[in-house]
Ligand binder design. Structure first.
Ligand code: NAD
Length: 287
């Protein structure tokens, strides 16, 4: 029977370490770290995540400020708003809540943020640092997956890792982070599925990570006996939240699995806080 990874417990561990480090830096910095969240008015879908971010920020000693902008804002106006935050020394980090109003490119907006203030670790500069094995501020969900595995004492060296999903915020950066730990990495996506090859890959995985966004897509017989499964998916079905893996079928086969909810999600928020801490430290401690 599978052991469930307790994401809330791991999140609490990270939060308490972040809180302690922020406390230790306060006298050097002279101010608490501040995370500014940019959100389009009417973006109800993101509110649940924003509330979680605020609650965790409060808990660890980060000031969380929400800037709501009109949903008909122009790209130039949003760019000006970011320029002001970039120049404001009291602002440690910035997070841009998705979705943005139609016609405004999320990628372009993220690239306007000073990399030192990129709370989500998705500025091209921070993504590029992963390639060079110099990662510091990391994309939150891949950072969460790596932390979950390291705190679960999983050695990645030489392991067969299969990642299903190749998005720029999850699958792609995660594949590089795994490579940096000397795992053998296969990345699957819609093309793999459409060619009919997906299950052949998932069945080989010592560690299977699924980030697709299709409720319970991965069945029990897609998974190798004794594998570790990290389910990143968050899907709403009949008012319930389920992952991308059919958990009841998987749990009879795997050695370790993250539940949904209560697995990767809470740890992702904690990695966001750890990113703010790193930005705070970089901005205030000269080496
Ligand atoms: P995305 O839509 O950007 O990417 C989806 C990926 O899945 C793509 O690589 C696509 O090619 C692939 N895909 C689609 N259909 C497929 C199929 N039938 N077979 C194989 N691959 C297929 O998604 P994303 O932003 O990376 O998010 C993926 C999931 O993870 C979503 O459910 C999202 O809610 C969740 N998510 C969770 C967290 C968290 O903190 N737990 C964070 C980010 C995203």
């Amino acid at each position: 029977m599978a052991e469930q990874i307790d994401g809330k417990k791991i999140a609490a561990q990270i939060n308490s370490a972040v809180k302690e480090k922020i406390r230790g830096l306060l006298s050097v910095a002279g101010h608490v770290p501040k995370l500014v969240s940019l959100i389009a008015s009417g973006n109800e879908g993101a509110k649940i995540y924003v509330n979680m971010q605020k609650k965790t920020a409060d808990e660890v000693g980060i000031e969380f400020v929400s800037h709501e902008f009109d949903s008909d804002i122009s790209a130039d106006e949003l760019s000006n708003e970011i320029a002001v935050l970039n120049a404001d020394d009291s602002v440690t980090a910035i997070i841009v809540q998705k979705p943005l109003p139609e016609g405004i490119s999320h990628d372009k907006v993220i690239a306007m943020i000073r990399p030192e203030k990129d709370a989500e670790g998705i500025h091209p500069y921070n993504l590029g640092k992963i390639l060079r094995r110099e990662a510091d501020i990391v994309p939150c969900t891949p950072g969460a997956v790596m932390k979950i595995l390291s705190l679960s004492n999983v050695d990645l060296y030489g392991k067969e890792v299969v990642i299903v999903g190749h998005s720029a915020i999850v699958g792609k950066p995660l594949s590089l982070m795994m490579l940096n730990e000397m795992a053998t990495v296969t990345v699957c996506h819609i093309g793999t599925a459409e060619k009919g090859d997906l299950i052949a890959h998932t069945k080989c995985a010592d560690i299977l990570i699924v980030a697709v966004g299709l409720a319970e897509m991965v069945k029990g017989d897609w998974i190798k006996e004794g594998a570790i499964v990290i389910d990143v998916g968050i899907n709403r079905v009949d008012g319930k939240i389920v992952g991308d893996v059919k958990a009841d079928e998987a749990s009879g086969k795997v050695s370790l699995i993250t539940p949904v909810p209560g697995g990767v999600g809470p740890v992702t928020v904690s990695i966001l806080m750890r990113n703010v801490l790193r930005a705070y430290k970089n901005q205030n401690v000269k080496v």
